[in-house]
Design a protein around this ligand. Structure first.
Ligand SMILES: Nc1ncnc2c1ncn2[C@@H]1O[C@H](COP(=O)(O)OP(=O)(O)OP(=O)(O)O)[C@@H](O)[C@H]1O
Length: 253
């Protein structure tokens, strides 16, 4: 077994935020010529630093929650781990088969049917077609979706249906590392409870979870450890009770 399932080393992420151009092109060119626009506006964008030197490691079998106020960089970090974005500096590594539930539906191919998405994701995770077929009924059963729905393109699914299918695929297709971004907040209570129990089972099998959430009761129930991001910097990394005590003192007292 590798020492770490997830390793993040000094990750920096900068985004370019493009300025909106107001007024006519002629007036813009005239002001540029007269030197009326500041230098960074000449190039049409500014740099927004979403992550500023974040480092941590997660061992196989750990369930870690990432918390922090809006805009603190949580989704950006999960997107880097999911290879949606490259870091500007530093490195982010995952060892093992990873599945990510980023913002809803992000992992799906929307023009493909539910069926096709299941087999496609299975192949991406390195499973043979027969192996996916052997899990097919369990995927549908857990998701509470029928065969008819499976023949429709995923773009026709409601957000709840997408969540059910994505979560069910993640836990049945043998992912070793699961990244979840706020996903569970969308499901109804019954489905959430089913997901919690599955996540507990997933943990007990030595698999790794990193989840982003604003729901502190979900953190208390599922996580062994908490990462608190604040304005792109890791403010705290520690046991659930310690970090949440400090977090609540900062934001809720
Ligand atoms: N594609 C992008 N282009 C420009 N800026 C971005 C982009 N994605 C994120 N940002 C900026 O990076 C910062 C971190 O955003 P991020 O979505 O990672 O925060 P978050 O902690 O997940 O927030 P929330 O809790 O609201 O989901 C914010 O300032 C955001 O505006």
């Amino acid at each position: 077994m590798p020492e770490y399932a997830i390793e993040v080393e000094n990750v920096v992420k900068d985004f370019r935020v493009y300025h909106r151009i107001y007024g006519s092109l002629k007036s813009k060119v005239t002001s540029l010529a007269k030197g009326l626009v500041r230098k960074e506006e000449h190039s049409g964008f500014e740099i927004r630093r979403a992550l500023n030197g974040v480092s941590f490691q997660i061992k196989p079998g750990e369930a870690v929650a990432m918390i922090g106020s809006n805009g603190s960089g949580k989704s950006t970090l999960l997107s880097i781990l999911s290879r949606v974005y490259l870091p500007t500096e530093g490195e982010a590594r995952i060892v093992g088969r990873m599945m990510s539930l980023l913002e809803l539906g992000a992992g799906f191919h929307h023009e493909l049917t539910g069926n096709e998405n299941i087999f496609f994701s299975g192949a991406m995770l390195g499973l043979m077609e027969e192996e996916v077929a052997a899990r097919y009924d369990s995927i549908l059963e857990f998701a509470g979706l029928d065969h008819q729905a499976m023949d429709l393109p995923v773009r026709m699914y409601s957000s709840g249906m997408q969540l059910r299918l994505a979560f069910s695929m993640a836990i049945h297709l043998d992912a070793e590392v699961l990244l979840i971004d706020e996903g569970l907040a969308v499901g109804d209570e019954g489905f959430q409870e089913k997901c919690f129990r599955k996540i507990e089972e997933f943990k007990s099998q030595g698999r790794t979870i990193l989840m982003v959430t604003h729901e502190l009761d979900h953190v208390e129930r599922l996580a062994d450890r908490v990462l608190w991001l604040n304005k792109g910097v890791l403010e705290q990394d520690g046991p659930v009770d310690e970090v949440l005590r400090e977090y609540r003192r900062t934001y809720f007292s």
